[in-house]
Design a protein around this ligand. Structure first.
Ligand SMILES: Nc1ncnc2c1ncn2[C@@H]1O[C@H](COP(=O)(O)OP(=O)(O)O)[C@@H](O)[C@H]1O
Ligand SMILES: [Mg+2]
Length: 235
């Protein structure tokens, strides 16, 4: 890694470990972004930063490679057939997890879902489109029933075309821009390769759907029937 490029990230030393600093400078060299700005959100497993690329904004999700949250990650990793051979050290498991989030985003984007476009994943870093809007939990939706239908359509495509179960769907992982939902945070999403997988992940799927039905019924006083929603999705 060129010393010169490392210099530019000097202010972040102490914030990021060496691997992350080098990864960021590599991605920058390859022109996926010009400038790293402020953190949008810092969390246990990692941080999301705002970045500038020309006139556009991008979001850069940076996973901590020394996370104490290994238990959750390894649980999900072992349940996904694509990553069943990832055993052993924490760093490897986290890198597999980040790769999984990137691939899941790519699959969802390819089938036409509203997800941030993922430009590039390298090591523990994902560069994606910045969605300029709040989390569902922080906004009042103008037409909740229309919004819910749109969201349901997204979940339908996710299940039947992307063949993924999100696994952590809630008002925290849905961003809203122009009254349209964008589903994010796909690290834990599981691939449904066949009926058997779907049965295995049914608990996650059921929890996802219940979360959003309960949310809309409670916050917007809607009267959505869980049963009808499941019937629609399984069509
Ligand atoms: N592509 C994006 N555009 C705009 N904001 C984002 C984007 N991705 C993540 N965020 C912000 O960062 C927060 C955390 O991202 P998320 O992927 O949910 O990670 P985690 O919940 O695992 O920390 C989101 O709630 C959202 O506020
Ligand atoms: Mg999240």
């Amino acid at each position: 890694m060129a010393k010169v490029s490392r210099e530019k990230f000097k202010v972040y030393e102490g914030v990021f470990d060496n691997m992350t600093l080098e990864t960021l400078s590599l991605i920058k060299q390859r022109k996926y972004f010009d400038e790293l700005k402020n953190p949008i959100k810092t969390g246990k497993e990692g941080d999301v930063y705002l970045a500038k690329k020309g006139d556009e904004f991008r979001a850069i999700k940076i996973y901590r490679v020394t996370s104490a949250n290994f238990k959750k990650i390894s649980q999900y990793i072992n349940r996904d057939f694509r990553f069943r051979n990832v055993k052993g050290n924490l760093r490897k498991a986290i890198l597999a997890w980040v790769q999984k989030e990137y691939r899941n985003l790519s699959i969802c984007h390819k089938v036409g879902m509203n997800v941030p476009y993922p430009y590039r994943q390298y090591n523990n870093v994902i560069v994606m489109d910045y969605i300029d809007g709040p989390m569902l939990k922080d906004i009042s939706i103008e037409n909740p029933s229309k919004f819910f239908d749109y969201l349901l359509e997204q979940i339908y495509i996710m299940k039947n075309e992307a063949k993924l179960v999100h696994g952590d769907l809630s008002e925290f992982n849905i961003l809203v821009k122009d009254q349209i939902p964008y589903i994010i945070d796909l690290g834990q999403a599981m691939t449904i390769k066949n009926e058997e997988d779907f049965r295995d992940y049914y608990d996650l799927y059921e929890r996802d759907i219940k979360n959003i039905v309960v949310y809309f019924n409670k916050i917007y006083k809607l009267d959505i029937s869980e049963k009808e929603v499941f019937e629609f999705l399984n069509k």
